[in-house]
Design a protein around this ligand. Sequence first.
Ligand SMILES: Nc1nc2c(ncn2[C@@H]2O[C@H](COP(=O)(O)OP(=O)(O)OP(=O)(O)O)[C@@H](O)[C@H]2O)c(=O)[nH]1
Ligand SMILES: [Zn+2]
Length: 359
Amino acid sequence: MQGWNFPQRLYFFRSAAMSSELDLLALEALGWGPDFGDAYQTFRAALSPGEQQRVTPVRVVGVQRQTFQVRGVDGEQEARLAGASRHSGALTPAIGDWCVLEAASDGSGRLLEVLPRRTTFARALGGEEGKRAGAVRQQVIAANVDLVLIVTSPDLDFDLERLERYVLAVQHSGARPVLVLNKADLHAQADWWVEQLRSLGPDLEIHVTSAQASQEPGSQGLESVRGLLTPGVTLALIGSSGVGKSTLTNALLGRPAAPTGEVRASDQQGRHTTTSRTLYAVPGGGLLIDNPGLRDIAVWDADAAGFEDLEALATQCRFRKCTHTTEPGCAVQAAVRAGEVSAARLAAFQKQSGRRGRR
Ligand SMILES: Nc1nc2c(ncn2[C@@H]2O[C@H](COP(=O)(O)OP(=O)(O)OP(=O)(O)O)[C@@H](O)[C@H]2O)c(=O)[nH]1
Ligand SMILES: [Zn+2]
């Protein structure tokens, strides 16, 4: 299938003689790891022998309203959620999730379970609804992302405070943040900007790219980013509009990432609908999630990105408009004193709450 560069011989061998070792290789190219394997085996062991024959692990590569585009060792297919009856918890797969697929004889697929996530990029759905539920509900935007490129450019977009919030949000998700200064061609000297970025943390990796010129051979900046994409690693890009995320994505994929999706199907009225596949295999290894929800970080950054736990704590403060500084009965300050929340995260949270208050 276009866009996927799994060695065809895997499938050849598979049909000739089923080899679980080769299956494992194919799964690992999709981001599979031992942690998922353990959870999968546990879930599978609880199924009937008949069911055990029909299940396989698959990764969610596209999410539509009712259906999911999933990929496993047998290729890509559409799947729906299994009935709620067999689950205790809510089953809401997100892009990047590993799921247990049950194949029916007619070729259709049902997702039975979402395997525990390695990382979770979530957006808090705060407000009254969240408070009534006693906790802040969250919407998972992307799952099992390993690396996030935080892209900026040496121009009006450059905003260290915003970048710091992005770094915190990425770290909170469990993924590793990597800073990318794109459009390096705009300035003869990128050093000054790189120094600024370095102030965000001595351990943060920084890459300097010129994505537009990347088609030219020897574009070293892009090659160093490409080097991050080892087999099985899942990467995502965030950053505000216009910094060059699409240009970088297309350069990494070696082709346009088809913003409207590439799978076309007809709905009941016969209209063409585009299903959105947003997890791509990168030629040479690695996977890339290009998800509108992630791109919107510029929008949801202003909300509660990465601070679900503190948002939830804040609902327990004595005062509704608590600023978490000197108020009595402040649950957030209590957590800081107890060592459960770092002072640095509190500072970032306060900055963010202040901004929200002014809106
Ligand atoms: N000079 C220069 N321009 C670039 C570079 N990379 C991207 N651009 C240009 O910057 C503009 C925005 O690039 P996009 O890739 O669309 O930016 P984006 O981050 O995807 O923006 P959104 O889709 O709005 O989120 C385009 O006109 C690109 O051609 C670069 O390395 N140097
Ligand atoms: Zn408080």
